[in-house]
Design a protein around this ligand. Sequence first.
Ligand code: AHR
Length: 497
Amino acid sequence: MEAKIKVAREFAFAKIDSRIYGSFIEHLGRAVYDGIYEPTNSLSDKDGFREDVKELVKELNVPIIRYPGGNFVSGFNWEDSVGPRDKRPRKIDLAWKSIETNEVGLQEFEKWTKEVGSDLDMAINLGTRGIDAARNLVEYCNFDGDSYYANLRREHGHEKPYNIKTWCLGNEMDGPWQTGAKTAGEYGALARETAKVMKTIDPTIELVLCGSSGLDIPTFGDWELKVLDEAYDEIDFLSLHQYYGNQENDLENYLAKSKGMDEFISGVIAICDAIKAKKHSKKTINLSFDEWNVWYHSNDADEKNEPWQVAPHLLEDIYNFEDALLVGCLLITLLKHADRVKIACLAQLVNVIAPIMTEKDGKAWRQTIYFPFQQVSTYGRGEVLTPYTNVDTYNSKDFEDVDKVEMISVLNEEKSEIITFAVNRSKEVADFELDGIDIEFKKVIEFSKMSGFDIKATNSDESENVKPSSSSDIEIKDNKVKAKLEPLSWNMIRVEI
Ligand code: AHR
């Protein structure tokens, strides 16, 4: 089977916004407590944060981290999480039926984010709260003048503003499960008025409006039209959320699910642009796919969860090799829309549907999905080249004309490199050929692949066997890069130009 991709410098279509490689940490399960923060662990720093986890997060190269939720944020009072720790209240979290000690809050998390080389993508509570709490929070975080909340921040030890640039106007406000869920009309109006005050305090911030919490939710489409109609002028991004799973154990259909992501993104772009036209606006709304991942392995276990615990084991999906292949396809799909998807967050980062897992008093380890994400976030920098591909297709239960090999190439002029990411979804070897019309290939820097594993193979604290290895089955001939892509494989090919 052939898998040919033709690209040209001339057909670069999008500069990649590094925020497309964002992630997410929610006060949920063991993400924060017993995840990034475990003061009794011998590997923790003086503030109680695990150094080994910090190293894995740094290696993953996530430039932005969404925080503190998620469903959690819709019942969260930010004031509980700042100031002297011994005065912080112990509260119940209705979203996950857990106990929140507030031992880690805004101050500690912001410091940790900087230590791992990321910025905060801060979500505000538009479930139980609204304009007033939001304006106070922006004043606390970003105001440099002499005012009550700015001075409170100083009293809490932070003289200079945090200057948080990206903010989410609530979370999944369309979801019936959300604390304080709203109709599109109610939410659109609240988001617009909240956005107005937030931008009055700091006009440099960028705001993400809640889109639908999934393509399958019945209000999808209508929700986007209405909330954009209300808030278009005040906001910068519209959000999308989607999780995937192989509940039916149908590999061909599972690996085709990135086509669902593609349709979702195209649909949302169409709606944004329809409202732009209707409003005669000059402004374009871009997309923030701020929750995406595989989530289904832990569903049964979570139903048996005992409520009202601190740091319960929740959403602890253990990912297998087929999940890594799908995550690869999803990353390529995001890159194919990099002209409009400017922020995306792999949900989540540690222990909760996460690429990084930790054992209490034990090791931190990399799940299978860690690797494609790490390679794309590290090397997928620069510009995306329009992919002209020639590859066989197949039909699956829910999708038609699925490419047997999913591919994309990125041009990094600064590093004189072209990087191609490819997933071979089929059980045949693919004869890969990269033709760079106006690009001269000098030498192969790296051909890294994940292949040959049992499709259900997983990693654990004892072994990280499901990981990339390098291959030499590659050559440059007549200015074409030729390689063999193994059946069911994730591949990254870096070539000096
Ligand atoms: O990421 C887990 C949960 O999924 C988030 O809290 C919520 O926003 C979504 O439903």
